[in-house]
Ligand binder design. Structure first.
Ligand code: SF4
Length: 233
């Protein structure tokens, strides 16, 4: 089992400090497929590099079966069985590739975290889904929860953008606007400037994580009346 606790990652360039990943906590259980999705620039690839040891987090801890591996090298992690395949060579296209991954996971009882925009692949493969937006996890849950009951307005828009078998549409829905620039992040919800579901409170600080079920979490003011409000961003 792999656990990420409050992971952040900053980079410095000539324009100043950029926060690429902010306060990410999640668990990748043993023997499961976890899909990471979200828009380009959402921090998905950086998160995978932090897990593999290609980059080092600027804050937080990474635990592998309870052992702190935050500062272990790529080689040390590889010896423990943590490895990273770049997106380009491993395209999740074709039942052939998907079956190979399934067989590999079962054979060595490993977990596989994969990054994809392809909702069909997520529905086919994933046990859990993590939705990232602008370097934050905005929603996470089981594949059933994310597909049947998406909670964050970004995820709701994402689901509305997927083609439905047997339903003829002239144009697929696309979410208006752009992901904010990491050097100029707002001090309120990062999705607010694109959100069509704002409620009173959205102009406040970045929303905390709210627990909707034992496995379903969302960061959004729409759920602030939920009793199980968590403290993580
Ligand atoms: S917190 Fe408000 S602005 Fe942000 S996604 Fe939720 S409803 Fe939209």
């Amino acid at each position: 089992m792999l656990e990420l606790e409050h992971i952040s990652f900053d980079v410095q360039d000539e324009k100043g400090q950029k926060e690429i990943i902010r306060d990410i906590s999640l668990t990748i259980p043993a023997g499961r497929f976890v899909a990471i999705t979200g828009p380009n620039g959402g921090g998905k690839s950086t998160l995978a590099k932090l897990i593999a040891g290609i980059e080092q987090p600027t804050a937080g801890r990474i635990l592998f079966n309870g052992e702190d591996i935050t500062h272990r090298s790529i080689t040390e992690r590889a010896h423990k069985g943590i490895s990273y395949a770049f997106q380009q060579p491993v395209r999740f296209k074709g039942i052939q590739v998907l079956d190979l991954l399934r067989n590999l996971k079962d054979k060595i009882n490993s977990s596989i975290m994969f990054i994809t925009h392809d909702l069909g692949v997520i529905a086919e493969m994933a046990d859990y889904v993590v939705v990232m937006y602008a370097g934050r996890v905005v929603e996470k849950g089981t594949v059933q929860e994310i597909f049947s009951n998406p909670a964050h307005p970004y995820t709701i828009g994402l689901m509305a953008s997927k083609p439905v078998v047997g339903k003829k549409v002239d144009k697929l829905y696309s979410i208006p606007g752009k992901v904010p620039n990491p050097i100029d992040m707002p001090n309120y919800c990062y999705f607010k400037d694109r959100c069509e579901m704002c409620v009173p409170g959205c102009e406040g600080e970045y929303p905390c994580q709210v627990q909707l079920s034992p496995t379903h979490f969302v960061s959004c003011y729409r759920y602030y009346d939920n009793k199980n409000q968590g403290g993580e961003g």
